[in-house]
Design a protein. Sequence first.
Length: 114
Amino acid sequence: MLIKILILVSGFSFLYYGLTFFTKSKMRAEFERYKLAKFRNMIGLLQLLGGTGLLVGLLWNTALVISSGGLSLLMMIGFVVRVKMKDKFLDSLPSFIFMLINGYICLVSIGIVK
């Protein structure tokens, strides 16, 4: 039951955050600050695909493995970028938490963790 809750929370969170990449000027400004503006649309799309894949993964395990693994990697990269930019710990925490959550989902979905 816990794994399904984590999948739903993460899936809907990434759908929301993926949409903000296209609709919020704050997100645009953040990527300009990181000097990664050219990747903003791609990252937003990856978040939308990942969130959708997590939800589809409730019915199709392959989608769950790919989506959770990809989102975990994406969040690891995001966390490293924030650390290199010397962002505050609390600003970096969401990417770290979502990296752990999606890593856990991935490990459970491939049977490494029960």
